[in-house]
Design a protein around this ligand. Structure first.
Ligand code: 8YV
Length: 330
């Protein structure tokens, strides 16, 4: 019988996923659930046939330069691959796969939840009763902003952007989007979505902006200080994609100055460190911060594990894995 591939998994995964992986592969688990150290990662790439990293591992060129001859596949547990130097991996003949599709709906739900939380002051309201701060109802107290009838601008109309658009449409928002290219006409018609070739022009006219594109060299600080200033002062911005897409310092400055009404962020430039200015704004109830929970459901994590397993098995059987990351995606 064929030798089972050595698969190094950098983080603890749901039990069912780990059990299945142990049945199928010579699986080496990181028993403590914490990111691997640089030395552990180096050891992993030297010994593994397959590496299964997550967003908390930096798989950069210098690490890959230490890879042993057996390392042929990096099967990422997650969709975003900005923590992996994919070019360097491909240059060494290492295939990279991710887990698209299975976390789309959950991430879109969390994006909509952030929109609602910011517009309707959910984070502030939730504290009131448990902290014994409710003096009673008043006509002018805790007023947020209506969602219905507002304009939502989606930056990045991929799977998650489209799933968000479907939800937002049901909430009575009009859908606008900016993308590298226009999406297919049937999708545009279904979503009643307006395409903006110019991100600048779209930003200037939206009530709500949602970031749903991948983080690549082309989208780093796409929402720069200059672009954030184009937004209406009563607008809000939400981000469930990657922190690096928004210039966080510029965003904090604008909220502090009252030049932007609110923000809902699930992702940050230097996770798990969060800019203290953003933390302060969250304590003041001016913005809503979540600790990277967009895809955090039991179901998503299980399905992500399944995807990782299918990618490994297909690759080991000598076929093209279904979720290969291609240079055109970077
Ligand atoms: C995970 C994500 O938190 O898939 C992504 O891109 O951000 C989330 O699903 C993480 O990436 C798991 O590695």
């Amino acid at each position: 019988s064929r030798k089972r591939p050595v698969v190094v998994v950098t983080r603890r995964l749901p039990n069912a996923v780990e059990t299945r992986m142990r049945e199928l592969f010579d699986t080496r688990l990181n028993i403590e659930d914490r990111p691997m150290t640089a030395a552990e990662l180096a050891e992993a790439v030297q010994s593994a046939d397959v590496l299964v990293p997550t967003v908390t591992d930096q798989i950069n060129a210098s690490l890959l330069a230490q890879a042993g001859p057996n390392l042929r596949l990096i099967a990422n547990f997650g969709n975003g691959v900005d923590h992996i130097d994919v070019q360097a991996a491909l240059a060494r003949g290492i295939t990279v796969t991710n887990t698209p599709g299975v976390l789309t709906e959950d991430t879109a739900d969390m994006t909509m939840a952030l929109v609602l939380a910011v517009a309707r002051r959910l984070a502030e309201g939730i504290r009131i009763i448990p902290e014994d701060e409710w003096a009673g109802w008043s006509p002018t107290w805790m007023l947020g902003r209506r969602i219905t009838g507002k304009r939502l601008g989606i930056v990045g109309m991929g799977r998650i952007g489209q799933a968000l658009a479907r939800r937002a449409k049901a909430f009575g928002l009009s859908i606008h989007y900016h993308n590298r290219r226009r999406v297919a006409l049937p999708i545009e018609e279904e979503l009643e979505a307006t395409y903006w070739d110019s991100l600048d022009q779209m930003l200037a006219r939206m009530d709500i902006v949602s970031v749903n594109c991948p983080h690549t060299p082309a989208t780093y600080h796409l929402l720069s200080a200059r672009r954030l200033k184009l937004m209406r002062p009563d607008a809000i911005i939400v981000n469930t994609a990657r922190g690096e897409i928004i210039d966080e310092t510029a965003l904090a400055r604008m909220i502090e100055a009252g030049d932007l009404a609110g923000a809902g962020l699930d992702v940050f430039e230097h996770e798990p460190t969060v800019n203290p200015r953003l933390v302060k704004l969250a304590r003041q109830g001016k913005i809503v911060l979540l600790p990277h929970m967009g895809s955090a459901t039991e179901e998503s994590r299980f399905d992500m594990g399944e995807k990782v397993i299918v990618n490994i098995r297909t690759f080991m059987d000598g076929h093209r894995p279904p979720d290969r990351v291609l240079p055109s995606m970077l």
